[in-house]
Design a binder for this molecule. Structure first.
Ligand code: ADP
Ligand code: MG
Length: 208
């Protein structure tokens, strides 16, 4: 992954969360405060704008810039969580203009670690983690089996989608949805859904 591909991924993620903003907001209005679509659209639109003409030469710097932008532009829980994840992801990449699949595995671990450190969520708590964790596992297993980036990204996107759908019966234990207790069950988690969109964007921009 080079600077151009990293930028293309984040632009595709911005397009996707913008196209699906209504869905994300609808999901969040069932178990939260109905702002997840607005938060994601605002944050990723700002990321795309920050990368326009940024002329970054290191691939990691693209993600650090994206993460800092999300932290500064999004007020909801998701801004600091995604922002910290992208910052950690970028910082974990080796210096230089590009990174290979094994580097991306390490960076994905660092991103998830940042989310868990900041938010304290475990798998099964009905959060971003429930899409991210299976996506990371699928990506890592694909790379260990010799897959190139497009195949690993496609597997990660499928696993993230499955993980997001699997949040529906869960009771939320973190974030605003946890205030609902058992009434949060029966609705798909908005943050796990946006995580799926972000992994799907990577699969789309790397697809042969
Ligand atoms: P807010 O909850 O502040 O309105 P958003 O609506 O933008 O923020 O984001 C809500 C999403 O954030 C939830 O659906 C959930 O996936 C995710 N989330 C909330 N708290 C946590 C946490 N502690 N760890 C991981 N993800 C979380
Ligand atoms: Mg919300």
């Amino acid at each position: 992954m080079d600077v151009a591909l990293a930028t293309a991924w984040l632009r595709a993620a911005a397009d996707s969360v913008t196209a699906e903003a209504e869905l994300l907001t609808q999901l969040d209005s069932r178990i939260g405060d109905g702002d997840h679509g607005v938060n994601m659209r605002r944050g990723f639109t700002a990321v795309a704008a920050a990368l326009d003409g940024a002329e970054l030469t290191e691939v990691g710097a693209v993600f650090v810039r994206a993460g800092s932008t999300l932290i500064s532009k999004v007020g909801g829980a998701s801004g600091p969580l995604y922002g910290s994840a992208f910052r950690a992801f970028g910082k974990a990449l080796p210096p230089g203009p590009s990174a290979g699949p094994a580097d991306l595995v390490g960076a994905l671990h660092a991103g998830l670690e940042a989310i868990r450190k900041l938010g304290g969520a475990q798998p099964g708590d009905k959060t971003i983690v429930d899409a991210y964790q299976p996506a990371l596992t699928a990506f890592e297993e694909a790379v260990a089996g010799g897959a190139a980036l497009p195949e690993a990204a496609a597997g990660a996107a499928r696993a993230a989608g499955d993980g997001a759908r699997a949040t529906t019966p869960l009771t939320a234990r973190k974030g605003r949805a946890s205030y609902l207790g058992e009434r949060s069950a029966g609705h798909q988690d908005p943050g796990a859904t946006s995580t799926w969109l972000i992994f799907q964007a990577l699969a789309d921009v790397t697809a042969p």
